[in-house]
Design a protein around this ligand. Structure first.
Ligand SMILES: [Mg+2]
Length: 210
């Protein structure tokens, strides 16, 4: 993961690093390679081929967390797809009660949200932070929420779901045992994010029962 002082690099910073460090590939290149990659075969001239299955390294972390998407999962600002001002936010039913029960049981509460409106010039990062602060206040729980401000469409950064960047950052900072953690979301890309990071996945309506 490309990080500087514990912070994921922005798309521009990734490009700059890739220029000076030829062995670092930006997320777009890694993604494109994965899409086009063909399995090698011996008739291409390889002496031997060895297949190594992907396996996750056990970090030895033991903490459990409930990690939530925000828009459409814990809050709504309908008819707008995401809030631009804190007063547009309404918390969906049974969210606060459910999260409080998990917190009382020792689970950490965390959040990951895509906020591409920033890159589209529809709101500022300060607006995003104000809206996150209000959301956590209304939920009335302690919850650390991370956001991706980059644009949608294509793979530009490591932090926009379904890319795993923010999940990996939370695992390291909070020493999470990823297999025990549950990510709760409302979109197909949320399920892909959970799979990429190694979290369990639950759809918001099932998890919150409402
Ligand atoms: Mg959502």
């Amino acid at each position: 993961m490309l990080e500087r002082q514990g912070r994921l690099l922005s798309p521009d910073e990734i490009k700059a690093v890739s220029r000076t460090e030829p062995n670092l590939f930006p997320p777009r290149a890694v993604f494109a390679f994965g899409q086009r990659d063909e399995a090698p075969s011996l008739d291409e001239g390889f002496k031997t081929l060895e297949r190594v299955e992907f396996s996750r390294r056990d970090e030895g972390f033991t903490n459990r967390g409930i990690i939530c998407d925000l828009d459409g999962t814990v809050r709504t600002s309908r008819p707008a797809p995401f809030p631009r001002r804190p007063e547009e936010i309404r918390i969906l039913p049974n969210r606060s009660e459910t999260l409080k029960r998990y917190a009382a049981d020792g689970w950490l509460l965390l959040g990951v949200t895509n906020q591409a409106g920033v890159a589209m010039g529809m709101l500022s990062e300060l607006d995003v932070i104000d809206c996150i602060t209000r959301t956590v206040e209304l939920l009335d729980v302690e919850m650390d929420v991370r956001y991706c401000p980059h644009r949608a469409g294509g793979t530009h950064c490591w932090c926009r779901k379904p890319m795993p960047g923010l999940g990996v950052q939370l695992i390291r900072e909070y020493q999470l045992d990823r297999a025990q953690c549950i990510f709760v979301g409302d979109r197909k890309s949320d399920g892909e994010f959970a799979r990429n990071v190694g979290f369990q996945y639950q759809v918001q309506a099932d998890f919150f029962g409402a």
